[in-house]
Design a protein around this ligand. Structure first.
Ligand SMILES: Cc1cc2nc3c(=O)[nH]c(=O)nc-3n(C[C@H](O)[C@H](O)[C@H](O)COP(=O)(O)OP(=O)(O)OC[C@H]3O[C@@H](n4cnc5c(N)ncnc54)[C@H](O)[C@@H]3O)c2cc1C
Length: 85
């Protein structure tokens, strides 16, 4: 899945070994968050990509893989203890 940054001039600055944390509200309004490992090279402009395995009863993988082009999701970067030097 490909996610555009809100600011098209932003660049992807997450080293290999670090993860992004996505979060969204479920139907009850509760916040659900999960981490994913981007495949994107350093300094890539305007977007990043992840591969998501869909679990049919999975709370977040179904949410992500049901998203349509133009939908928004909140995410934060830099989670992980390992950085490839
Ligand atoms: C560092 C890190 C990096 C990751 N990177 C990726 C990545 O790049 N791509 C990726 O696809 N995933 C990645 N993951 C996994 C991801 O974070 C999620 O755990 C995954 O998407 C499943 O989340 P979910 O909310 O869909 O499933 P969940 O709702 O958490 O459920 C997971 C599984 O348990 C089952 N389950 C849920 N509730 C129950 C229950 N009550 N009883 C029985 N079974 C149940 C679901 O059917 C499903 O099969 C990563 C995880 C970590 C820790």
């Amino acid at each position: 899945m490909k996610f555009d940054f809100l600011n098209k001039d932003s660049t992807f600055e997450l080293p290999i070994g670090q993860h992004v944390l996505f979060r969204a509200q479920d139907q009850t309004g509760a916040w659900v968050s999960r981490v994913y490992s981007p495949l994107t090279k350093l300094h890539q402009k305007s977007h990043f990509e992840i591969i998501v395995k869909r679990y049919e009863k999975g709370a977040f993988s179904t949410y992500l893989t049901d998203m349509k082009p133009g939908d928004y999701v909140s995410c934060r970067t830099c989670f992980g203890r390992v950085t490839l030097l």
